[in-house]
Design a protein around this ligand. Structure first.
Ligand SMILES: Cc1cn([C@H]2C[C@H](O)[C@@H](COP(=O)(O)OP(=O)(O)OP(=O)(O)O)O2)c(=O)[nH]c1=O
Length: 197
């Protein structure tokens, strides 16, 4: 008699509607648990280190609630000249961010983590994508901010929304900029014997 191996559940440790949409696009069955971490405590770290620490903290923060699960968590930041641009605190900060990003190339860094809630085994991937923004006038920025789209996005723009109007080119993963690099998610899940296709 063959022994049945119970497939692990997927848990998305995220309150981000974008990450949820991406998993839905892949027709994955998953539950969502909002992570409880204070993202402002870790500002001193190098960008790649910071995103890794934050993604890992998000995954670990739901570990006690998620049983027999593969927990997926991610963190995304924008980096300009080595300086980290997180989510803007208010419209004024959003405007300053977009003025700085105007006519420049920056990096979007996303760290992705898959954590086995039972064994505690954790795997991490990091993605760096270059994004070139067009030159933006103050009027462009004001009109954009009036859409309300900027506020919960790292760097104060959303490539998947009106922000697309400002993007000249990207080199790397579109899905990483939106918050969850699909090809790297597939790679990590495969390591845990979970196939998407
Ligand atoms: C640059 C960019 C960022 N973003 C988003 C992705 C992330 O959701 C957000 C960065 O904040 P994060 O802290 O990575 O994520 P979050 O707070 O939205 O969700 P959670 O921590 O609960 O998972 O910015 C876009 O949606 N589009 C973009 O073009």
């Amino acid at each position: 008699m063959s022994e049945e191996i119970e497939e692990k559940k997927l848990v998305l440790a995220s309150g981000s509607p974008r990450r949820e949409e991406i998993l839905k696009q892949l027709k994955l069955k998953f539950t969502i648990i909002r992570p409880k971490i204070d993202e402002n405590n870790f500002n001193g770290d190098r960008p790649e280190e910071l995103v890794k620490i934050l993604a890992e903290k998000k995954a670990r923060s739901v570990m006690d609630i998620a049983e027999n699960a593969l927990i997926i968590a991610a963190d995304t930041i924008v980096v300009l000249d080595g300086n980290i641009l997180n989510k803007p605190a208010d419209a004024e900060e959003a405007k300053k961010m977009l003025q700085r990003l105007s006519d420049r190339k920056h990096q979007v860094i996303t760290s992705l983590v898959v954590l086995d809630s039972d064994s505690g085994e954790i795997m991490v991937e990091c993605n760096i994508t270059d994004v070139k923004m067009l030159e933006l006038s103050n009027d462009d920025i004001d009109r954009y901010l009036s859409t309300g789209e900027a506020m919960d996005k790292a760097g104060a723009y959303a490539i998947q929304g009106f922000g697309a109007l400002f993007i000249e080119s990207i080199s790397g993963s579109y899905y990483s900029v939106v918050g969850l690099p699909i090809h790297q998610l597939a790679k990590l899940l495969k390591k845990f014997n979970y196939g998407i296709l």
